[in-house]
Write a protein that binds this ligand. Structure first.
Ligand SMILES: *Cc1c(COP(=O)(O)O)cnc(C)c1O
Length: 201
């Protein structure tokens, strides 16, 4: 994709709003692919919860708009910017990308075992601390939103998962990068029990 863009003079934009700042096991997900985007969008973890978004890019692109031509109502909010400096310092000091890699290993092994055991788990995929569990009918391979919603009821046991996907048959797992091992294990056990319960009918 990046090659295609540079060959045809297309600006390559990486939306790292969710994947950036360590979530996938690298500071930015594009690093896994060895790609250098022309522009990167960041937000969310950028300021540790305070409202801030940023576009960072090649100087010739960033300098292309006229003076004052790139802005927003709350652009450069000083409190949010201070929070971002603190958040980035903390992400680096705690080496949160490495934490994400470790979390990803646990997720892959526990969720992989879940997929092997329960036929309704059609797919497990992700990178670092960003995983998806997809539910489908084992006979037809069709998306199974009913099972997905039933499993998501595990919020009653204290585990919050996000349902998503065009067919609403995917659960997203985005544990905090500072989660401790026993809490991650507990969350995965709640998820396993929920899947076992739904699979048993
Ligand atoms: C949240 C989100 C956005 C929007 O970010 P804002 O800071 O609200 O503008 C864009 N892309 C992705 C992938 C997001 O998760």
């Amino acid at each position: 994709m990046a090659d295609h863009c540079s060959k045809h003079g297309i600006v390559f934009v990486a939306d790292e709003i969710q994947t950036g700042f360590g979530r996938t096991g690298a500071m930015f997900a594009c690093e896994h692919e060895g790609v250098v985007p022309d522009l990167i969008c960041t937000a969310k973890a950028l300021a540790g919860g305070l409202p801030l978004a940023a576009v960072t890019g090649r100087a010739d692109l960033m300098d292309a708009p006229h003076v004052g031509g790139l802005g927003g109502t709350y652009g450069g909010n000083p409190v949010s910017c201070a929070a971002a400096l603190g958040a980035i310092e903390t992400i680096e000091a705690l080496d949160l990308p490495s934490c994400a890699t470790t979390i990803g290993k646990t997720l892959l092994s526990r969720l992989g075992a879940l997929a092997n055991k329960y036929a309704v788990v059609g797919d497990v995929r992700g990178r670092g601390a960003m995983f998806a569990v997809e539910f489908s009918d084992p006979r037809t391979g069709r998306p199974d939103p009913a099972t997905t919603v039933a499993v998501a009821a595990c919020h009653k046991q204290g585990l919050v998962v996000l349902t998503c996907g065009t067919d609403s048959n995917v659960l997203r797992l985005l544990p905090p990068l500072v989660i401790e091992d026993d809490l991650l294990d507990e969350g995965l056990s709640i998820l396993e029990r929920a899947v076992a319960g739904v699979a048993a009918g």
